[in-house]
Design a protein around this ligand. Structure first.
Ligand code: HEC
Length: 119
């Protein structure tokens, strides 16, 4: 027997399923250790990713000042969507699941107030 459902019923079912999965899935806050690993692999060629030091690419702000200028929640979203951030000089990244949250979790651990003049 073949069950044929009208499109509207299918849509309602899909929505219900989507709602369930969002409720069931625990919030993910990111793993800073994983984030450091991603930063080393994908970002450190341009950005200073630690608590000190200058960026290899003088135009790239050190990660320890990034949250002084960016909202952490929005940053994770932007990174996740691989939208180039504010500018066109950043490469597009393809992250694995959670890598954006991991990066932001790591970036949070090294934040410092931004100096008047970027080093
Ligand atoms: C090829 C060099 C390069 C790589 C690799 C790179 N960036 Fe950048 N990034 C830049 C440059 C240059 C800027 C600043 C340019 C500008 O804002 O116009 C920048 C700016 C940023 C900003 C905006 C900072 C701010 O305060 O406005 C964020 C966030 C950022 N990068 C995150 C990352 C992350 C996360 C990675 C690794 C996944 C990464 N970048 C890898 C070159 C790079």
């Amino acid at each position: 027997m073949r069950l044929v459902l009208p499109a509207s019923a299918m849509a309602a079912i899909m929505l219900a399923l989507a709602a369930c999965s969002t409720v069931a899935e625990p919030a993910y806050y990111g793993d800073p250790v994983e984030g450091l690993d991603v930063a080393q692999r994908l970002c450190s060629s341009c950005h200073a990713i630690g608590r000190e030091g200058t960026s290899p690419n003088p135009g790239a702000p050190p990660f320890r000042f990034i949250l002084a200028r960016n909202d952490p929640a929005l940053l994770a979203e932007k990174l996740d969507e691989a939208v180039s951030i504010n500018h066109l000089r950043m490469p597009t990244f393809y992250f694995g699941e959670h890598h954006a949250e991991d990066l932001v979790a790591y970036i949070k651990t090294i934040q410092q107030p931004q100096p008047a003049q970027l080093p």
